[in-house]
Design a binder for this molecule. Structure first.
Ligand code: 3PG
Length: 212
């Protein structure tokens, strides 16, 4: 489990992907791998998610592919069957978290408050998602809570972009930042792979710049 989080840290930015058409998984996977962010959190907001996870996992073995917007244990099962290596949820549901732990798949539930984070820690988690990051106080909130929950690491997601991501990445309690700015849904739909490639490379370069 820790190995997956080591990879989160090494990659630094976790692209949050919404695919309407599973056919886009192949070109998008290539753009992400070639651009230096070999990772995708494919959200279960669309019916294409499971197939997209399966395609990316099969075609790009070097890629770390997980499932996002996982709300139920049934979706956990579908994500694992498709080949997901991690689970992300927008909120903290102890039932879903415990189920993931039973299945031995890393899970980062969305949390905002110290109470939710403490409850997650008491289930054995070492990493939580902080969501929606920017509207929940951003890095200042994380720093405030991290001062008390000293063992916890954070994956802020929501409202992060190429302008504000440096500050998050520079804080040592941030394992990685999640975001969709380099995998914009409209650009994927329009097949603008070169534009996406430039955004992915820019994001990967920011990780290098901050973390070396
Ligand atoms: C989401 O809910 O789509 C993710 O948290 C990503 O948020 P973002 O689109 O603000 O990066």
């Amino acid at each position: 489990m820790d190995k997956i989080f080591d990879r989160f840290h090494a990659i630094g930015i976790i692209p949050v992907v919404v695919l309407d058409d599973a056919k886009d998984a192949l070109p998008l996977g290539k753009v992400l791998c070639d651009g230096g962010l070999p990772c995708a959190e494919v959200t279960f907001r669309t019916s294409a998610a499971a197939e997209a996870i399966a395609t990316m996992s099969k075609e790009f073995p070097e890629m770390l592919v997980g499932a996002g917007t996982v709300l139920t244990t049934e979706q956990v099962d579908r994500a694992i069957s498709a080949g997901a290596k991690f689970i992300v949820s927008p909120g903290f549901d102890p039932v879903v978290v415990k189920y993931c732990l039973e299945k031995n798949i890393p899970v980062t539930p969305g949390t905002q408050t110290a109470s939710e984070m403490l409850a997650a820690m008491n289930l054995g988690l070492k990493v939580v998602k902080f969501f929606p990051a920017e509207t929940s106080g951003g890095l200042a909130s994380i720093k405030g809570i991290a001062a008390a929950l000293t063992e916890l690491k954070f994956m802020p997601t929501g409202g992060i972009n190429a302008k504000n991501v440096r500050d998050y990445l520079a804080f040592d309690k941030i394992i990685a930042c999640g975001g969709s700015w380099m995998v914009k849904k409209d650009l994927i739909k329009a097949g603008k792979w070169e534009e996406l490639s430039a955004l992915v490379k820019e994001a990967a370069n920011i990780v290098k710049e901050i973390r070396g």
